[in-house]
Design a protein around this ligand. Structure first.
Ligand code: S3P
Length: 171
């Protein structure tokens, strides 16, 4: 059967610092679609920051909350959805996204990701240990899975407008 990608929510996946939220917001405004951010929805629903949520409830509870939030958002009319970097790594969440969304992996190199994450390090996964080594390990684990997204876009280091244009051309 032909998949009606054109009516599906556009779901941005990829590692933290790849630009999912900022590029997603721009993409949405350019397409005239609403923008949603899964991390922000979890923060609003729990009245905690993502970092606090991790601290208080742990990562497993976060992944469960994330899956529920994404399931709810995917039932809304077409929009652009930025997901947290771990969302697509969760088997159930990934299955939901594959079934109901058009997924786009924003791919970026380690140095770009590292630089962006260090600007304002509020990522619970980078709070302990060597952040660059952690990011490298996450890239090795996650990139093969992110590659299952419907579309891959190199987000590079350049202006976001260019990435947005690349996404629109690929849709
Ligand atoms: C996570 C990424 C974060 C946030 C949480 C866990 C991850 O989102 O959901 O800290 O596992 O990669 P961003 O990708 O928006 O930073």
């Amino acid at each position: 059967a032909v998949v009606d990608f054109e009516s599906r929510p556009i779901v941005l996946v990829g590692l933290m610092g790849a630009g999912k939220s900022s590029i997603g917001r721009r993409l949405a405004s350019q397409l005239g679609l609403p923008f949603r951010d899964a991390d922000a929805e979890i923060e609003a629903a729990s009245n905690l920051t993502v970092a606090e949520f991790f601290e208080i409830h742990g990562e497993a509870a976060f992944r469960e909350g994330e899956r529920k939030v994404i399931a709810r958002l995917l039932n809304e009319p077409r929009h652009v959805l930025a997901t947290g970097g771990g969302a697509f790594m969760n088997k159930k969440t990934r299955a939901l996204i594959s079934r109901k969304g058009c997924s786009i992996w924003l791919r970026a190199e380690l140095d770009v990701i590292y630089k962006r994450c260090m600007k304002r390090n509020n990522r619970p996964l980078l709070k302990t240990g060597n952040p660059k080594a952690t990011l490298k390990k996450l890239m090795e684990e996650r990139y093969p899975v992110y590659a299952e997204a419907d579309i891959t876009i190199d987000s590079g280091d350049g202006p976001h407008e260019i990435v947005v244009d690349k996404i629109i051309a690929a849709l």
